[in-house]
Design a protein around this ligand. Sequence first.
Ligand code: NAD
Length: 349
Amino acid sequence: MAIRSLLKLAESKFNFTSPRFPLPCSARTISSSSVPSHLERVGFIGLGNMGSRMANNLIKAGYNVAVHDINLSVIKMFSDKGISVKGSPMEVAEISDVVITMLPSPTHVLEVYTGSNGLLNGGNPVRPWLFIDSSTIDPQTTRKLSSAVSNSALIEHKDSWNTPVMLDAPVSGGVSAAETGTLTFMIGGLEEAYKAAEPLFSSMGKNTIYCGSSGTGSAAKICNNLAMAVSMLGVSEAFVLGQSLGIKAATLTKIFNSSSARCWSSDTYNPVPGVMGGVPSSRNYDGGFASALMAKDLNLASASAKEIGLNCPLTSEAKHIFTKLCDDGLGKKDFSCVFRNFYNGKDEL
Ligand code: NAD
């Protein structure tokens, strides 16, 4: 069935406010009066691993959510729950006070904002006073979009907002934090807009850190992931050297975790199969943070460094290694598979 017919069917059959299709349990326990009127109608675009869970938490918190994705099976999941689904970003914008995007890369975000039937409605006035992009993208694209947003007009002024505004609000915490509503948001853009949107962030996350002007949230995120990539490489390289010199990674882990080498990659997300339970290395590197996303983020970091003429040798090397993992067909595996698949480290099962 064509996407439009499916969406029309879903829309006509399922009405968000219809009592025939109750919201998830917890949604019914929260009074919608706790939702501020300027944030009442939330559009959500990009319902993948992260976005579907974030949107679910907004629904549970009592927001009136409408969604869009190009993936029909995820759209069906939402329409089956009685959530309003729309056929294009523009249709989402037409009924929303705020629109949140959670998309793979800058190209997707540009397309959703400025493409045909995009959020910015081809330069015509728009309804949402606030656009929040939580995708991990480069600060340059964020700034470009933020000025396109503030150069747009509002169909109707909303509170003190005469023009729409955009916040960059990428997240840290991964799929499990998206599920439990414990993400960390790094926010760039107008501080007043951030303060006005705080209830939305606290429905999806437990920490919000305001970083400064537009693009600083995106910058913070790519810097975080660069440091995470390099520390994972450092720990993996050290474990492999240790194994080759006759010290088990399990022993080195104990030493690192009580010494100066301790870091998230050694004490929380250990890359060696058999050393720690509940992490991707304990389940053949499935789930977690895909190597392809890490390669993308390192590309963004590298392009940003190049643009400002900053020499970042570790960024280049890390980008090279994670790109190679993707070329070897491991793009979907968690990025900690670098231990086994790049360094040939040994499992300790
Ligand atoms: P994903 O690939 O699972 O989901 C992306 C969704 O966007 C998909 O459902 C896809 O169909 C949809 N999409 C793509 N193009 C679209 C378009 N033009 N219109 C509408 N929908 C479109 O990705 P994810 O893991 O949810 O990650 C999303 C973003 O969050 C990425 O930028 C990623 O780097 C970042 N991030 C991911 C994690 C993680 O652990 N997965 C953690 C932190 C940040």
